[in-house]
Design a protein around this ligand. Structure first.
Ligand code: SF4
Length: 75
């Protein structure tokens, strides 16, 4: 499955759960807000991205399929 990972900068409050769950996919910018390191993860990293999205208290992380016809679950 191919996915795109994005963060809504207007929603992110810098809690850091995403970076704690998947430090290889997320990091903090100079202002303390999260940004995506790898926006098109593959393999098990898709599960890490989905977990980070599910645990973001602001629902700021979006994990979307690159191919809408791909019916495989994100979790
Ligand atoms: S968990 Fe959500 S709100 Fe917190 S830093 Fe990550 S993206 Fe931002």
């Amino acid at each position: 499955m191919s996915v795109n990972v994005t963060i809504d900068d207007l929603l992110c409050q810098g809690h850091g759960r995403c970076e704690a769950l998947a430090p290889h996919l997320f990091e903090f910018d100079d202002l303390g807000y999260a940004r995506v390191i790898r926006s098109t993860p593959a393999g098990h990293d898709v599960e890490f991205a989905a977990s980070a999205a599910a645990n973001c208290p602001e629902q700021a992380i979006r994990v979307t399929r690159k191919d809408p016809s791909d019916s495989e679950s994100l979790r």
